[in-house]
Design a protein. Sequence first.
Length: 568
Amino acid sequence: MAKYTMRFTQFGLTTLKEVPADAEIVSHKLMLRAGLIRRLASGLFTWMPIGLRVLRKVEAIVREEMDRAGALELLMPAVQPAELWQESGRWDKYGPLLLRMSDRHDRDFCFGPTHEEVITDVARRELRSYKQLPVNFYQIQTKFRDEIRPRFGVMRSREFIMKDAYSFDLDQAGLDESYARMHAAYTAIFERLGLTFRVVDADSGEIGGSRSQEFHVLADSGEDAIAYSDEDGFASNIETAATFPEGTRAAASEDIKKLATPGIKTIQALCEFLKIDPQQTLKTLVVEGTDCPIALVLRGDHELNAVKAQKIPGVASPLTMAAPETIVRVTGCSPGFAGPMGLDIPVFFDHATLSMSDFVCGANAADMHYTGVNFGRDIELPDSVDIRNVVAGDPTPGGNSTLSITRGIEVGHIFQLGDSYSTAMGATVQTPDGKNQVMAMGCYGIGITRIVGAAIEQSHDDAGIIWPDALAPFDVVLVPINMHRSEAVASASEALYDELQAMGLAVLFDDRNARPGVKFADAELIGIPHRLVVSERGLEAGELEYRHRRDDESRNLKREEALNLLKE
Ligand code: ATP
Ligand code: MG
């Protein structure tokens, strides 16, 4: 085995006591403090030596499991010609996330945010016959997405490393098998990484696609909300978890009244003013449409779901809230008093609104609301649509149980693309009976860099990172006490360092001339699983002090005992 030094003094590592101001969540703070990454510019990070060791471990596990699943590794260029994106239709669709550039001949290129176009080009050139199928190509490579709000360190950066895989099959049945194989490989990967995760149904986006699931590492800081019911075996990203028309509506008991509500522009202010619950109010949101603005009406306490709303015919995608001037034009009053009655634009009511009676809503007049409003009497009973986020307690699609909500970090995404790219780009093969057929494609991503942050979100304490064994940058940290004054400690530590390395362990030898407290704090911050302390007193007793990163206390072990423990 190639041996290289892992002495602290030669590792060029600096840890920080202070928490950098722009770091919002714990993984970002700890990665900066432990010296795993350093920021270059917004959403751009350098992986420092210790951070890179962790990153490589993630990569190695992903690579092993992809190989085991029969996928073939290749490496595509990061820079891609615009022509390919024009062929697929995404040059115009992808929007500002796409980093565009041109070369010295004024030819357009982009820095790849993903590689469907390039791989489909490879496939249409290389794959001629059904005999070459199924095949699944993957790479581990740098992507760039010009995120509107890079944050959380490497979890939402602009440049990041992704494992992306693309399967090619003759037909849907083949694609189902390739997809199932990736599902199993991903499950194996996240189990080996030692992460607590959940597989959830996901939105399949704009470009075709029938089936799509995400792998989420569960953590409170996760950007995604997940709706699930273990009883019903249901789990879905809240983006796509469906709501359903509700049953009954109580009869009207109040008369409709127009009420002065001066300066009351939010649901919260309205509820305080009228001493009512948000459930008794309607909110009317005006959004941009393809032909004219569109009003979306929800119960006051519910949240609009952008992914669902932008699928309504006539609603602009991506969902865009109307500008104040537009709201004034369509409602005839300043924002804050919009209501569904008397609007001249299309109005869509969320399912949940139809079970409300005697509710309050804006009157489309400055400083005015209606109270005691009822469907069937004041508003003609409309059809309803699903445009809100589910909330805890909503029924599951089966209707047998109710949903709970938890938060997750999307670390993987598997996706049945079907024939959208292969049709657009003419990727066909010959079938057994000599016809040409477009191939069925799947794509499968894993956020390699994001996983490092997600692992820390899931496992840390006040002192620092607690790596799952599979990700730890070192197995053991060796801490000599007073090595620079004690010849006995120095020689015993050097011998131990060699012996541990010979056992195949990755050992960080803290050979700094620093106080024990400093060394212990750094070892805990970096999150190394096992710690061995060599001291003069210990040597006299033939003992080493051992502590696991998760233990509360250290214990003294005979040298042999300690080595045996590490061997296991
Ligand atoms: P998100 O919804 O988080 O923006 P996405 O759905 O756009 O991600 P995919 O196109 O599915 O991302 O990419 C595959 C994987 O790449 C994601 O599951 C995620 O782990 C990772 N990833 C995507 N965007 C970023 C980013 N900006 N920084 C780090 N990792 C990312
Ligand atoms: Mg995704």
